[in-house]
Design a protein around this ligand. Structure first.
Ligand code: ANZ
Length: 784
């Protein structure tokens, strides 16, 4: 070892820039024999104009720790990154400033890339792409084509949220309390021709296959709720306009039905409306047109509605049942008609209370109404005294009710009347017939000559170049673009083969690398992104493009980093911490160690400027112990600690317990610092254990220790069973019987060894003592 390094001090700037240069120049592909493969993936970011704040990289650092660890263990690791670069913010920015989205996106990506490299993340940069690259979205269009050819993409007229102020369609998330998030105008419902993907065909499989996944329980539950499977019956009520079919999950409550409620849009409403009710019914239907499905399900106690002036016949009692309409009944759920049982259903109860309709109890119990739970049947003729389940079966038989399963999941509306998105590869002929753009004509390139200003129609309608379809007079292109969730529903497949020009990916490569072994991202993607990616995967599986049914085997969500003031970090609060400044000040390694050490990976944690200094001190101490202290024989009890630390760090990394791994490294470093020596082999072990967390400083120390090969290729240390056995004991140090502290010594330590260690603990100068009481394995007591 070159002893001149002994006095070298730790300077993060030169070390980090040196190693980042080395990594950038490395052409990887060491000829190694691999133990297997690991695909470790982050949810790729939308490159926003604000750049990264310190909350974003928490997940990226976690996956980087895993990637570096698995590489050291001998796995071939795929750890790619790219950009989910289509989307509204770039377009809105263009509307405001006139900067073309292509330009602002390019700049934002450059800034993100710089920031990620600055943190020392070991991405496979050669696999990078952006979803707005024509070489990528060509294949997004191909995916659309596949779905279209298989009958899974279709066009129909559908209600959309329309902002009259912005003259544009809004996503549900952009509607806040019925108003446009940006202009505050009252959002209307408008019917437009839209493209849909038939994800409902996959509802049952999307539900069942959740059980195979190593995902957080809360996320699996969120997916289940979103799919919303309901098992019930359809039953008919006769009326003068024909039979009205209702869907119910509680058929046993049939004797408790006191009225029917139809969705205001139900096809029988007109025929069922009596002359005297016409005016009020029409008025009410106009009112409902403005309400979103979300609003219709909100206001719990406030119910509105109108009596149609006509009646249906109860299938068993043959009583006359009044028919109402109300917006709490949704047109596209079940049959759009409900048998109302106000005694046992909350919504029906509030409705009946509002309009003073009769309430008939049919389930026994002491709780007050509405009594939602199950119990014994009463006032129910031939099912009295039975349980709900028994009653349900008996009534189903008696009135020939069909059992029926329905889902809350709706087909996925994928068209957007927006510019900055992937063009839908569809053309219309002069009669308006739909034609898929053939694969050989893909990509349908997004034109540059558009005016972004919102006018109420898709900006692409007004492009002069976009619709020139050679030799086909009167033909024009679809002007809507795709929801950006389409672009992100298959990107994890493209990463394996990003430069393929003849196919979206090579089948063998994808089957070799996928499913993704570990997927990490924010919990805000609990439903849509994950559900859509699972849907695409299943479609590609069904048509023989891939051999697996689920894309992400293991999923973890990184916890949010909140601001020091306890609030969410946001520009408007002025509490955002910029990683550029942190890295400049304390270094990327300290930043990484701090983000992994601050608490359990999945928990929300507040940023703390004070605590990050602790992480910096830790690295400085490691430097002191491994670089500035000459190597000498490691004491046996320190050996034990080091080998236990190998065991702990290894297990903790595999289990996403990065904080306790670092804590073990800190304890071990402190112990080494307290004792007299550490030999080169043990320095190397410490260096390797730290490497996934703090790769720059570890690479540097490794080099200073005289190693010529990059630490990245050194194989991960294994604990030695010989050292793991307890060879040490912790004894109390006393002075005149009063305990002053403890010290760890070898199990077979002599009294002299114990005195020496205890003296070291008590202070620099040896204390004078009259005599010593030494109880092996327990106490050393100095009598002075
Ligand atoms: C009678 C009844 C009695 C009901 C009772 C519930 C409790 P889930 O579980 O969410 O699927 N329903 C049916 N179609 C509806 C629609 N289009 N809009 C609003 N509500 C609708 O809920 C199924 C229940 O929701 C059905 O069972 C029906 O009310 C109502 F004690 O029928 B039930």
């Amino acid at each position: 070892m070159d002893m001149s390094y002994k006095t070298t001090s730790y300077t993060h700037k030169s070390i980090e820039s040196y190693w980042q240069n080395v990594w950038a120049q490395e052409q990887s592909s060491h000829n190694r024999v691999y133990k297997g493969k690991k695909y470790i993936l982050d949810m790729f970011p939308y490159p926003s104009g604000a750049g990264l704040h310190v909350g974003h990289p928490r997940g990226y650092i976690g996956t980087d720790v895993l990637s570096r660890y698995y590489r050291s263990c001998g796995y071939e690791v795929l750890h790619p990154i790219g950009w989910d670069s289509f989307g509204l913010p770039a377009e809105n920015y263009a509307i405001k400033t006139g900067v073309h989205p292509a330009l602002s996106t390019k700049e934002n990506i450059e800034n993100y890339r710089r920031q990620l490299k600055m943190i020392g993340l070991s991405y496979d940069w050669k696999n990078e792409f952006a979803t707005s690259d024509p070489s990528y979205y060509k294949w997004t269009q191909w995916m659309f084509g596949l779905l279209y050819k298989k009958g899974l993409a279709y066009r129909k007229s559908a209600k959309v949220n329309w902002c009259p102020g912005c003259q544009t369609v809004l996503a549900n998330e952009q509607v806040k309390e019925g108003k446009c998030e940006r202009s505050n105008d009252i959002v209307e419902q408008k019917k437009l021709e839209q493209w849909f993907f038939k994800i409902t065909d996959y509802a049952e499989r999307l539900l069942n296959d959740l059980d195979e996944l190593d995902w957080p329980e809360s996320i699996r539950q969120a997916q289940k709720n979103w799919i919303g499977k309901s098992i019930g019956h359809e039953i008919e009520f006769e009326s003068h306009a024909g039979s009205i079919t209702v869907f119910t999950t509680r058929l046993e409550t049939l004797f408790g039905v006191t009225y029917l409620v139809l969705a205001p849009e139900h096809s029988l409403v007109e025929e069922l409306t009596a002359e005297t009710s016409k005016e009020s019914v029409n008025k009410y239907r106009e009112y409902v047109k403005k309400r979103t499905d979300l609003q219709r399900q909100e206001d719990q106690e406030k119910k509105t509605g109108v009596f149609l002036g006509s009646y249906a016949i109860h299938p068993l009692t043959k009583n006359k049942i009044p028919i109402w309409i109300s917006d709490y009944v949704l047109q596209d759920y079940g049959t759009g008609a409900v048998m109302a049982v106000p005694a046992h259903d909350e919504r029906d109860y509030f409705f009946a209370s509002t309009f003073s309709l009769p309430i008939q109890e049919v389930i026994d119990g002491v709780e007050k109404l509405p009594r939602i739970g199950e119990g014994t049947m009463i006032h129910s003729d031939f099912v009295n005294g039975l349980s709900c389940k028994e009653a349900r079966e008996k009534i189903a038989l008696r009135c020939n009710a069909k059992s029926k399963v329905i889902y809350r999941l709706r087909d996925w509306l994928v068209s957007r009347q927006r510019y900055w998105g992937c063009p839908i590869p569809i053309m219309y002929d002069e009669r308006g017939n739909i034609h898929l753009v053939p694969e050989s004509d893909l990509p349908v390139v997004l034109p540059n000559d558009v005016d972004f200003k919102p006018t109420g129609e898709s900006p692409l309608k007004r492009s002069s170049t976009f619709h020139t379809i050679l030799e086909k007079k009167g033909w024009y292109r679809e002007s809507d673009t795709m929801d950006t969730f389409v672009c992100s529903s298959w990107y994890f497949l493209r990463f394996v083969d990003p430069h393929n020009v003849t196919a979206p990916f090579n089948k063998d490569k994808v089957n070799a690398w996928l499913p993704v072994d570990v997927y990490v991202g924010g919990a805000e993607h609990a439903v849509l992104h994950l559900l859509f990616s699972r849907f695409f995967t299943k479609v590609l599986y069904d048509y023989g493009y891939i051999s697996f049914k689920e894309p992400f085997l293991k999923l973890r969500n990184q916890g949010l980093i909140i601001a020091e003031d306890g609030r969410k970090m946001s520009k408007s609060h002025g509490n955002v911490v910029n990683p550029d400044e942190v890295v400049n000040e304390v270094g990327a390694d300290t930043f990484r160690v701090y983000e992994m050490f601050m608490g359990p990976f999945e928990d929300a944690m507040p940023w703390s400027t004070k605590n990050i200094i602790g992480s910096r001190r830790f690295i400085e101490k490691v430097w002191k112990v491994l670089v500035q202290t000459p190597s000498s024989k490691t004491a046996p009890h320190v050996k034990t600690t080091i080998h236990k630390t190998i065991q702990k760090v290894t297990n903790d990394i595999e289990n996403f317990q990065f904080n306790t791994a670092i804590s073990a490294l800190m304890i071990c470093t402190n112990e080494i610092a307290r004792t007299s020596g550490i030999e080169v082999e043990d320095k190397m072990i410490m260096c390797q254990l730290l490497y996934p967390f703090a790769p720059h400083v570890s690479s540097e120390i490794w080099k200073l220790l005289g190693m010529t090969e990059n630490i990245a290729y050194a194989s991960w240390p294994r604990p030695d069973a010989e050292y793991l056995q307890e060879s040490t004991v912790t004894i109390a140090i006393q002075v005149n019987g009063k305990t002053k502290g403890t010290v760890t010594i070898a199990k077979d330590a002599t009294q002299e060894d114990a005195v020496e260690e205890a003296q070291k603990f008590l202070g620099k100068k040896p204390i004078n003592y009259r005599s010593i009481v030494f109880v092996p394995h327990r106490i050393i007591n100095f009598i002075i």
